[in-house]
Write a protein that binds this ligand. Structure first.
Ligand SMILES: *[C@@H]1O[C@H](CO)[C@@H](O)[C@H](O)[C@H]1NC(C)=O
Length: 348
């Protein structure tokens, strides 16, 4: 029932929007979304793009752990396993557990990514993460990898301290605070980090909400078309893909009237304040990204494809707020066949 109402509402919302879809994927959707989904978090870096409950549980000793750990090695024969003494088995299991979960101090994360025109909502239905034993959780408004953030620190309207919310269970505190917590991100990417050294568990419910004026977008598919716009605002928006990518521009309208009046799109607009930058960086932070081209002007024709060979490929729309800027960005994963259209190779 709820689902029907939701779809009906989103149909109305989509109907009145100027751009019915921000992105059109080349890939087929893997079936319609289920009304209720339960997911177990097994990997330290778990990427989630479906709504539902995400469940994590770590207990001190699981009786089946040694065998499972040994099975992971693949080459251990049954005979070898039988020959392993009890002590060794335990050591092996502990080592495997450390390898799988990355040791006591390891920070793991539920990396949530939604459609480009959505924001992420995470509700902590339950969490048992003890502060005293070094347990900690954090909601991040964006993604964090190796100390770098998406959206970049300069591209977000909130400062970093406001983008990261840490919490854990303080069992000494009385009365205890409500165990329920509720977070919303500013873009289609959000992260739930956790460090659980001994034992603990949590259940995080993930939902997505449509927004009408997306700015920063993390690319989810390996080939898709995106619309970027400043909606008349003074703001810089970044579209980032976590892979080397071939980028081309469909229709664009960027800059002043005189810039748009030129017969050719200018791919060398570094000196203009309103521009579209195409480039790349080794990590998530686009602040120091290397530039392949800076584009301004207007056209409805499909532009040339260029490949950016960097860990992260980004397209940034910089807007002073004086003009209505918009661009259609076509992005796909680049491979070795795209070397001849490369405009940027990041140092490895
Ligand atoms: C957009 O980026 C440019 C160049 O990095 C910067 O000068 C400008 O202040 C930024 N604008 C906004 C609204 O953040």
């Amino acid at each position: 029932m709820k689902l029907v109402v939701y779809f009906y509402l989103s149909m109305i919302v989509l109907g009145v929007q100027a751009w019915p879809t921000v992105k059109r994927s080349f890939e087929l959707y893997p079936g319609a979304a289920m009304p209720y989904n339960e997911h177990r978090i097994a990997d330290c870096m778990h990427v989630a793009s479906e709504p539902g409950d995400y469940i994590f549980k770590k207990s001190v000793s699981a009786p089946t752990a040694p065998l499972a750990a040994l099975n992971l090695r693949g080459d251990a024969s049954l005979l070898e396993m039988a020959a392993v003494a009890g002590d060794e088995l335990e050591t092996a299991a502990a080592a495997a557990a450390v390898a799988a979960e990355g040791g006591a101090d390891t920070v793991c994360g539920l990396y949530v990514i939604g459609e480009p025109d959505t924001i992420v909502e995470i509700t902590m239905k339950h969490y048992d993460v003890n502060c005293e034993s070094g347990g900690l959780m954090a909601f991040v408004d964006g993604w964090e990898l190796n100390g770098e953030y998406f959206p970049g620190l300069k591209d977000h309207h909130r400062v970093l301290e406001d983008r990261v919310y840490e919490f854990c269970n303080n069992n000494k505190q009385w009365p205890r605070y409500s165990n329920k917590k509720f977070f919303r991100s500013s873009q289609n990417a959000a992260l739930l980090q956790y460090r659980i050294p001994t034992r603990g568990s949590f259940v995080a419910n993930v939902r997505f909400h449509k927004i009408t004026q997306p700015c920063n977008i993390l690319v989810q598919d390996s080939a898709a078309v995106y619309k970027m716009s400043n909606f008349g605002h003074a703001r810089n928006c970044t579209l980032s893909a976590l892979f080397p990518a071939a980028v081309s521009l469909g229709s664009i309208r960027i800059g002043s009237k005189s810039v748009r009046a030129q017969d050719k799109v200018n791919y060398d607009c570094h000196l203009f304040e309103d521009r579209l930058e195409i480039g790349g960086s080794a990590g998530l932070d686009t602040t120091g990204m290397e530039m392949a081209s800076a584009v301004c002007g207007a056209t409805n024709e499909l532009g040339p494809e260029q490949a950016v060979f960097c860990g992260v490929t980004s397209v940034r729309l910089l807007s002073t707020g004086r003009y209505q800027n918009q661009a259609t960005v076509i992005i796909r994963k680049a491979d070795e066949h795209d070397f001849d259209i490369a405009t940027l190779m990041c140092a490895l």
